[in-house]
Design a protein around this ligand. Structure first.
Ligand SMILES: Cc1ncc(COP(=O)(O)O)c(C=O)c1O
Length: 417
């Protein structure tokens, strides 16, 4: 009998039958509050009726209109709709299926357009699992160990992760920018550096928001040296942080934006956005793929954008995010086992730390598992997997946030007593 690969690590024992909004239901009819949203994907909740209707209608018309052979309406409509929400000047789009593919497309664009070999990434960043994307990923060696050699030309500078360094944010930011300049002087000369790849909030790396000064520092250096600033908005985009883009919190101008996850409410769809001039500098034929811009995914994405706008989901993410962060902070304040609670919008992380200041993976994992037993699905993240993260869909209600916080408070008390 065939089995699933044992290398797939399951965060919860739940076998899902169906999903509805913020809930998942298992095969026995048990209800779970889903504060994982499929790793930040189901922005409009599970099976939002408008997304389901759009996908159903599209399936009856055309499923696969391979986009380097023919063009189809959902892709054209989505491209036009994204034009209304993309950062100014990013008016050219390429679509793919997964976040990793989008990261690789941006990598090709950066190298081909500049003729430069090197990429600078920021420690703790996650850009995917394919070999080039894994080469740019530094959120944990589990994503890159054992299949070296990785792609060359990737260099790593610090991210201002203040809690990790034990500093305040301005000190961590100054350090990160100073080390970046040191990297320029010692490892990757500016005129050999094609791009910076950075997340507005470290996702897999532990839910650590960047800050205005840090991103302004990157922008300044990018402008000075002709380096592209690539913002990976795969987890932070489409309202997740309480503003449409994660980087909207920091007033920074990107040259390239990576999109996926919340874009299509669960249908596989990703992409990159850049200016037409920049796209035109890469090599013809370097963008493509069999499944990219799938018609059903694109129809679902258009419906997702409608729902985000018409149901005010960005504002809801901001309000519910504040409620969630404040509540998680109150839980954190009650125990020394939680050293830091942080986040932006509906991305909230609680970092577990031992009495002697070390990452406390065991307690974080115990809390995550106990929450699942109590009907609240959560995930862990961070290099040491000691950060428990909450990422409910953007449709989450105040009552659901309260219910989740009550469970969280109980399980933290039970695993830390
Ligand atoms: C910021 C970020 N970039 C890239 C990826 C990779 O996306 P995928 O798993 O679809 O390849 C992820 C996935 O978690 C992500 O959070």
């Amino acid at each position: 009998m065939a089995q699933l690969s044992p290398l797939l690590k399951q965060a919860t024992p739940v076998v899902v039958d169906h999903g509805e909004g913020t809930y998942l239901f298992d095969s026995n009819g048990r209800r779970f509050l889903d504060f994982t949203a499929g790793i930040g994907v189901t922005s409009t909740g599970h099976c939002h009726p408008r997304v389901v209707a759009a996908a159903r209608e599209q399936i009856g018309k055309l499923i696969h209109g391979q986009y380097t052979t023919v063009m189809h309406q959902p892709l054209l409509r989505l491209t036009e709709r994204l034009g209304d929400v993309l950062p100014p000047g990013l008016d050219s789009l390429f679509f793919s299926n997964s976040g990793s593919e989008a990261a690789e497309a941006a990598l090709r664009l950066a190298r081909q357009s500049s003729g430069r070999p090197n990429i600078i990434v920021f420690q703790g960043g996650f850009h995917g699992r394919t070999v080039a994307a894994a080469s740019m990923t530094t959120s944990g060696t589990r994503f890159s160990a054992g299949f070296s050699p990785l792609m060359g030309g990737v260099h790593v500078a610090p991210f201002p992760y203040a809690y990790h360094y034990g500093w305040d944010e301005p000190t961590a930011t100054k350090f990160a920018l100073r080390e970046l300049d040191y990297l320029f002087a010692t490892v990757s000369a500016p005129n050999e550096t094609a791009a910076f790849f950075v997340e507005p909030v470290l996702g897999e790396g532990g839910y650590v928001p960047a800050n205005t000064e840090f991103l302004a520092g990157l922008r300044e250096r990018a402008d000075e040296h002709g380096i592209l600033l690539v913002l990976d908005e795969i987890q932070t985009g489409f309202g997740r942080t309480g503003k449409f883009w994660g980087h909207d919190h920091f007033a920074v101008r990107p040259d390239v934006v990576l999109i996926a996850k919340g874009l299509a409410s669960g249908f596989p769809l990703s992409g990159i956005a850049a200016s037409r001039e920049l796209m035109a500098k890469a090599w013809p034929g370097s963008q493509g793929g069999t499944y990219g811009g799938n018609a059903v995914s694109c129809a679902a994405a258009v419906a997702t954008l409608d729902v985000i706008q018409e149901e005010g989901l960005v504002a809801n993410a901001a309000e519910r995010g504040e409620q969630l962060l404040n509540g998680a902070r109150l839980v954190g304040d009650k125990t020394p086992a939680i050293g830091d609670v942080r986040g932006l919008g509906l991305l909230v992380g609680s970092e577990f730390t031992t009495a002697d200041g070390k990452p406390d993976t065991a307690t974080a994992q115990a809390a995550q598992a106990a929450a699942a037993e109590r009907g609240l699905l959560l995930l862990t993240c961070g290099a040491f997997m000691n950060v428990v993260r909450m990422i409910p869909p953007l449709v989450v209600t105040a009552e659901q946030v309260d219910e989740a916080l009550a469970i969280w408070s109980d399980v933290v008390a039970s695993v830390t007593k």
